[in-house]
Design a protein around this ligand. Structure first.
Ligand code: SF4
Length: 293
């Protein structure tokens, strides 16, 4: 990642040991689907992922973490773990219920921290104050889906929040002493490369610790796939080579102290319409390194 610190190194330094994230599913839903913030969800979000299996077979947070630990500890001795509340909107509930789930995760042996992924319009000060109480020593990280710094794009993809919501969430989170990460999608409809670079400049203005980017992936059955098919709108269809070249520009522009967790993502083949690059993460990184040493 050029001059940006590698995410694995950052975690090791931050926690003082090698850590592995274990995704846990706490059964949350999404306020951008149930009418609280909006209906229909983000246009690129896959509907089928909204009838998750765990609803029929609830597995406790502790059990999920123990299963994850078993899997990783076979490979790596002395590994420590982060509970990654990844799916859906992981702060969507009342503070007491949420804190019970987070405390349950932190009570599992060898779990040294939490990463909580959520929407920027779904985190209030009451929750942040409660999280600040368990944030010792810096073991809680928030991750907000920001996607773009352009309100017209956020509207076009029906995100149901604005860039001002992102700025506000980041500032309040950091004011509570909690590290903050942001997630972005490159290539959303209506955006030029210059628009995307303007997003990177906007990130540089914020007190964020980590950032994740990935290319827009058009998934089967989504509103976005239908809009493209019907010619209502179009998106950049870059090759892996072109996207890697663009990622190099992002990295050149991004504030050097920001840790880059990733630049690319790969949805399951059976869901993905395009781009279908068929590259593993390390293969993409090799491509990127040709542009960005
Ligand atoms: S992308 Fe996130 S916020 Fe948007 S509809 Fe899907 S789960 Fe909800």
């Amino acid at each position: 990642m050029g001059e940006h610190r590698h995410y694995g190194d950052f975690l090791k330094e931050h926690f003082g040991c090698t850590v592995q994230k274990i995704s846990v599913n706490a059964g949350f839903s999404c306020p951008n689907r149930d009418g609280t913030k909006g209906r229909g969800g983000c246009t690129y979000c896959n509907n089928t992922s909204f009838s998750p299996e765990y609803c029929n077979h609830p597995v406790s947070i502790t059990e999920q973490l123990e299963q994850g630990k078993q899997f990783f500890s076979r490979k790596y001795k002395d590994m420590r773990y982060l509970a990654y509340f990844q799916s859906y909107t992981n702060t969507y509930g009342d503070t007491k219920h949420l804190m019970n789930l987070y405390r349950e995760a932190l009570a599992v042996e060898d779990v040294v921290g939490l990463v909580i992924a959520t929407r920027p319009d779904c985190v209030d000060d009451e929750l942040l104050a409660s999280l600040a109480e368990v944030n010792h020593p810096g073991n809680v990280m928030m991750e907000f889906g920001a996607e773009s710094a352009h309100d017209r794009t956020l509207k076009l993809v029906n995100r149901g929040h604005t860039w001002a919501d992102v700025v506000d969430a980041v500032k309040r989170t950091v004011a509570h002493g909690i590290d903050c990460g942001l997630h972005f999608i490159m290539g959303l409809p209506g955006e030029t490369r210059e628009d995307m670079l303007a997003t990177v400049r906007a990130i540089n203005e914020l007190p964020v610790t980590t950032v994740k980017f990935h290319q827009l992936q058009v998934l089967k059955g989504t509103c976005l796939a239908r809009q493209i098919e019907e010619g209502e709108l179009d998106v950049i269809r870059w090759t892996a080579q072109e996207y890697a070249g663009f990622c190099a520009k992002i990295l050149n522009l991004l504030r050097p102290d920001i840790v880059v967790e990733r630049m690319v993502s790969q949805s399951p083949d059976e869901l993905l319409l395009f781009p279908r690059w068929g590259l593993k993460n390390y293969q993409f990184m090799n491509l990127l390194n040709n542009f960005h040493g």
